[in-house]
Design a protein around this ligand. Structure first.
Ligand code: ADP
Ligand code: MG
Length: 386
């Protein structure tokens, strides 16, 4: 019996060793896939059918091209002009694509958070184009990412990894950071929370979710976090009209894992960002509060484009070049997760560009596509895990 017991223990240890080795291989493979794809990606999604062509939809690896028809105009000589603009992105989803399909294409990226990478997924587009639907709606990125990460952590627990999860939900409004999990009534005191929610920074208010073996409990804790945030946003909405489209909301999950058997550890941060509406707001007409909002949005969205462009243009020597993270609260908050390398740790960004190609929205769609093309054109060095 003693021998049999010893054999069983040996067999178990062997299996555990093999599982750990396989896990190392899986992590390496996932990292390689993501490196090959590049650290900054742009997906495009449309809400309503319009005059748009998808020349390569139905290809095995998904469509990457699109052509948008400009409204017909008449030239000075009375001739009809039909312009068509073509764009290429990492992925183009047509109007029939479901949230699930978009999530499937984000899966490996989100997986890499468990492996210790920092990831940002940003929803960009004019108000009404589907940013919130894609992020927080049914089968949106936030609920799907949470469900997937919980399952992953559970799976890794069987291989000897223990994870601790921390969730924050913040709003950037008028260049001020508000804690969506705090008390919305205190938001007007202009307290600056930036330092406290940045990864590694001291948190004034901690929303800790201990990941124990009871997954049900953890899911409930995450759900409570989302409910509180939604409630606070509603409270805020009554203070400022259409506030949600005038502010950026950032859902932050921090995963800290350790494996006592191998002595390995990892820390990854996932930022899921629902950006303020990108519609061009005219400074001239707006006054008072509206003007302040307008300036804040224009500033943060253009800073975002500038930071990503700066990350793309720097070569090698990463510590030396200046990246203007401090030009806006949003880029400052996300600085460790926008595709650069900070303190030896690198990160990846996915921009989800939402379009509403109604004829009436043609100019907005065009400026969104130009913004997306600017982001897509950048190429950033290989991501390294800390
Ligand atoms: P945004 O956050 O960009 O302002 P929303 O996500 O609130 O836009 O979308 C505007 C409206 O369109 C909402 O009522 C939303 O439910 C709906 N909607 C957006 N995208 C889709 C979609 N892919 N399928 C069905 N309804 C959608
Ligand atoms: Mg919205």
């Amino acid at each position: 019996m003693r021998q049999q017991l010893q054999d069983a223990i040996d067999a178990r240890n062997e299996t555990l060793d093999r599982l750990r080795t396989e896990e190392v291989v899986r992590r390496r493979l996932n990292a390689t896939i993501l490196e090959l794809r590049g650290n900054i990606r742009v997906f495009v999604r449309e809400v309503e059918p319009a005059k748009v062509d998808y020349p390569d939809q139905g290809e095995l690896d998904g469509g990457k091209e699109m052509a948008v028809h400009a409204p017909t105009t008449l030239s000075a000589t009375g001739k009809e002009r039909n312009e068509k603009h073509s764009y290429g992105f990492d992925r183009v989803f047509g109007p029939d694509a479901t949230n699930m399909q978009v999530f499937e294409d984000c899966r490996e990226l989100i997986q890499s958070v468990v492996d210790g990478y920092n990831v940002s997924i940003l929803s960009y587009g004019q108000t009404g184009s589907g940013k919130t639907f894609g992020m927080s709606g049914p089968k949106g990125i936030i609920p799907c990412a949470i469900a997937m990460l919980l399952t992953e952590m559970q799976r890794l627990q069987e291989k000897g990894w223990e994870y601790r999860v921390e969730a924050s939900f913040v709003e950037v409004y008028n260049e001020t950071l508000n804690d969506l999990l705090g008390d919305a009534k205190t938001w007007d005191d202009n307290e600056d929370l930036t330092a406290s929610v940045r990864p590694g920074g001291k948190r004034k208010e901690k929303h800790e979710i201990h990941h124990d073996s009871v997954t049900g409990k953890t899911t409930q804790a995450v759900q409570n976090v989302l409910d509180t945030a939604a409630k606070n946003r509603r409270v805020a909405a009554t203070k400022a009209n259409e506030r949600s489209s005038r502010s950026h909301s950032v859902f932050i999950l921090t995963l800290r894992g350790s494996c006592s058997a191998t002595g390995e550890s990892s820390e990854g941060v996932l930022n899921l960002v629902d950006l303020a509406g990108s519609e061009r707001l005219k400074q001239s007409g707006a006054e008072g509060d509206r003007k302040k909002e307008t300036q804040a949005i224009n500033k943060s969205l253009s800073s975002l484009g500038d930071v990503i462009a700066a990350l793309g243009s720097r070569k090698g020597d990463e510590g030396q070049s200046h990246i203007p993270y401090r030009n806006s609260k949003l880029t400052y908050l996300l600085q460790s997760s926008l595709g650069g390398t900070i303190a030896g740790k690198s990160s990846r960004t996915l921009m989800l560009l939402h379009l509403s190609p109604l004829q009436a929205h043609w100019q907005e769609s065009r400026s969104s596509l130009l913004f997306g093309s600017k982001v897509h054109g950048t190429h950033i060095g290989t991501a390294k895990r800390k």
